[in-house]
Design a protein around this ligand. Structure first.
Ligand code: SF4
Ligand code: SF4
Length: 712
């Protein structure tokens, strides 16, 4: 065997007898982890089937796209604004990954030499690899741990909850690194820096700079090389024991450390349907109960996702309901669901062991574990989903429980109930409106209804707000006017249109949603429509992302391209089909509140932006209007703050601070005179907010399509 320079593996450990024991630590630790995971899998198996597993090929691709990036730099999981947390996680994760690699390679090198009589290739570079393990392993991990301590106990951001488990884990990681460095220092002090040792090699010692510093410190403390040898042996076994006990603790308590495994699993298994599509509820004919009131009503993937939560608080930080003082914190919902699962699962197992059916929960999931007011506070804006680093879908669980309240308990806020009643009886949620679906057509020339033009290229879907709300009507007229200017062959359904069912679905009334969606699918398919254009992002989202679910359950097709006008008009402008004036008259705001806009900022609707990734098109349109130079609010694009009207909240009373008033403040913080929107709900919310702030003479809200109409 070729002799290589460098350190002796298992120096001072007494191989083969004692050294061999170390190899037991790995399988024991793996067994503990496997047992901890097995217990948890038993919990998850109490959930319902997960019908959305689909193709693993797609999942692997998606995981590599997001996961690989995450492990590479936690880049996807920690956006730029989370730079501190990003560096901290990177340092801890990669520091310990390198240390684990170092331990594994040391074991391989040893066994190659001992049993095969050959050197593993890395053995020729033992000194150089020592440097890598020391600096890119131990030092990196130590930096990450120090950053975590600083953040958790000195900076203490509001969103960080410190539980005992967090302190135990940080202390455990710190102890592992410090005892590792101390071990290295004792070995170096007893051998490479000891002139009486056969292994004396002071220059080699410098390849482990931190170990060298520790060795010098021990020496300065008057510890002799012999004492260092004895201490080394004792500490070596302590270090190994700390490692094994820590892993056992993590596995049994299913502590935060388990997120390394479960969070990755959740990222792999999370629903891959479009974000704007709610979880399918299944066939009403075969369902035994509606919505979720217990573990059996949630999928096993949802239960797994509760275990994946790292309690980082980013969802809560971005939640408009939480920011406006509502009782909803998405973090708390997920943590409380996890708590419910931990309490409820043993009750069910106990009954199963006796061959009995599961008893009623000692604490109800809906109402007690998660309060009803919590559930009704959600705007389904997806800020939490966007922010979550481990791919949890909070909205699915919230809507599942709303479905239970609505369909099993007939329990919902009164105002929501009357909107639903109106949808059921009149096909729209605006009870009390004096307008009809055809009122807006009265003084418009040449707007073809489907009866007049049964073969349009594009069906302009006007929507309930566009037809039945005064302010929405002017947006609808502007849209029709733009379509005419661009010579688009279009038609409207007029009285044949009914509500898309979006508010019903988000309020939990899946039954009503499916009826309304079914009617619309039949109407649209009946005319052979291939393209639908909407002004409302909610109509757009539900028809683009959810109607295929309904069509499937009706055993029919839904092969319709659904576009929001921002996409369509952007295309018209870039293809030269819609000519924009080069006069800057639109930016000259008229004093009487008529046309014009002055300086402009843009508000991203949640259902266009976060739910459908449409950020650039509205900005392209705004910038195509001569004279407009868009400014941005502090929270924009994927961080855009909700207007407060989604998820059926438009029809619910709001107590305390109103979400739209917070968003209006964001607008008022800019120098812009106009906030441009591309959603009828946002428009109403901003107009109310501006009036409530007494700013109606200086500031205004306008839909982008109104500006395009004036500028084309
Ligand atoms: S969807 Fe929006 S309102 Fe609902 S919990 Fe998430 S962040 Fe909060
Ligand atoms: S749900 Fe996601 S974002 Fe919220 S605390 Fe848990 S891991 Fe963090």
């Amino acid at each position: 065997m070729f002799e290589v320079a460098g350190r002796t593996d298992f120096w001072n450990i007494g191989y083969p007898l004692l050294g061999a024991i170390v190899y037991l630590i790995a399988p024991i630790s793996i067994a503990f982890i496997a047992y901890g995971l097995y217990r948890r899998i038993q919990f998850w198996r109490l959930g319902a089937e997960y019908d959305e597993l689909g193709s693993h090929g797609e999942r692997v691709r998606e995981f590599l796209r997001t996961g690989a990036f995450g492990f590479g730099g936690h880049g996807k999981f920690h956006p730029r604004r989370e730079r501190y947390a990003s560096i901290m996680h990177f340092a801890i994760f990669w520091g310990f990954a390198v240390l684990l690699l170092a331990t594994t390679i040391a074991a391989i090198e040893f066994n190659f030499e001992e049993y095969l009589g050959v050197n593993f290739p890395t053995a020729y570079f033992r000194l150089q690899t020592s440097f890598i393990w020391d600096v890119f392993g131990g030092v990196l991990a130590l930096i990450g741990i120090a950053m975590a301590y600083w953040r958790r106990y000195v900076v203490k951001p509001d969103r960080i909850n410190s539980f005992a488990d967090d302190s135990v884990i940080l202390a455990y990681l710190l102890l592992l690194v410090i005892t590792g460095f101390a071990l290295e220092g004792l070995r170096i002090g007893a051998t490479e820096l000891n002139p009486n040792s056969d292994l004396y090699a002071p220059t080699d010692a410098l390849w482990s700079p931190v170990g060298w510093i520790f060795a010098k410190l021990f020496s300065a403390m008057g510890i002799s090389p012999d004492a260092m040898t004895s201490l080394h042996k004792a500490l070596w076994w302590s270090h190994a024991a700390i490692f094994a006990v820590g892993l056992a603790y993590a596995a049994i308590s299913f502590s935060k450390l388990s997120h390394i495994i479960v969070s990755s699993l959740n990222i792999y298994l999370r629903p891959l349907r479009p974000r704007g599509a709610l979880k399918p509820m299944g066939d009403f004919e075969t369902l035994e109960s509606f919505g979720a009131s217990d573990l059996k009503d949630l999928t096993w993937q949802q239960m797994l996702s509760y275990d994946a939560c790292t309690n980082c608080g980013r969802c809560q930080d971005n939640c408009p309901a939480w920011a406006s003082g509502k009782p909803l914190s998405p973090r708390k919902v997920i943590q409380d669901m996890r708590g419910y699962m931990e309490q409820r699962a043993p009750e069910v197992f106990g009954a199963h062991a006796l061959g009995e059916p599961a008893p009623s929960p000692s604490t109800s999931m809906v109402s007690e574990a998660i309060g009803e007011e919590v559930l009704w506070s959600c705007t389904t804006c997806a800020a939490c989903v966007e922010a979550c680093p481990v791919g949890i879908s909070h909205i699915d669980s919230i809507v599942d429980m709303r479905r239970y309240l609505m369909l099993e308990q007939a329990s919902a806020p009164d105002t929501a109930m009357s909107a639903l009643q109106s949808m059921e009886q009149r096909g729209h949620p605006w009870s009390g409106t004096a307008l009809t679906r055809e009122s807006w057509l009265e003084d418009m020339d040449d707007v073809p209804t489907i009866d007049v033009n049964p073969n349009p290229d594009v069906l302009f879907w006007v929507g309930c707000s566009g037809a039945l709300v005064e302010r929405g009507v002017s947006v609808t007229r502007a849209m029709a006017s733009v379509l005419k200017k661009a010579n688009v062959n279009f038609a409207v359904l007029a009285s044949q249109e009914t509500c898309t069912g979006d508010p019903a679905r988000r309020m939990g009334n899946e039954y009503l949603f499916q009826i309304l969606a079914g009617q619309n699918i039949e109407t649209v398919n009946g005319y052979g429509i291939k393209t639908i254009l909407t002004t409302c992002p909610h109509c757009f989202n539900t028809m683009r992302n959810e109607y295929s679910q309904v069509a499937e359950s009706l055993a029919t097709d839904w092969n319709v391209e659904v576009l929001h006008y921002t996409e369509f008009v952007d295309r018209l402008i870039s293809e030269g089909r819609l000519k924009m004036s080069d006069k800057e008259s639109v930016t000259q705001r008229s004093a009487n509140g008529g046309g014009g806009c002055g300086s402009v900022t843009y508000h991203d609707s949640c259902y266009l932006g976060r739910h459908n990734d449409i950020y650039d098109e509205p900005r392209n349109i705004a910038n195509a209007v001569a004279g407009i130079e868009l400014s941005e609010m502090s929270q924009c694009r994927s961080r855009g703050f909700c207007c407060g009207a989604g998820g059926g909240r438009m029809w619910m009373e709001e107590s305390g601070t109103r979400v739209n008033h917070i968003r209006t403040d964001h607008f008022l913080e800019t120098d812009a005179e106009t906030v441009a929107v591309s959603c009828p709900f946002c428009l109403q919310m901003f107009e109310e907010g501006i009036a409530a702030k007494g700013q109606q003479d200086n500031k205004r809200a306008r839909d982008l399509i109104e500006l395009v109409d004036e500028a084309s």
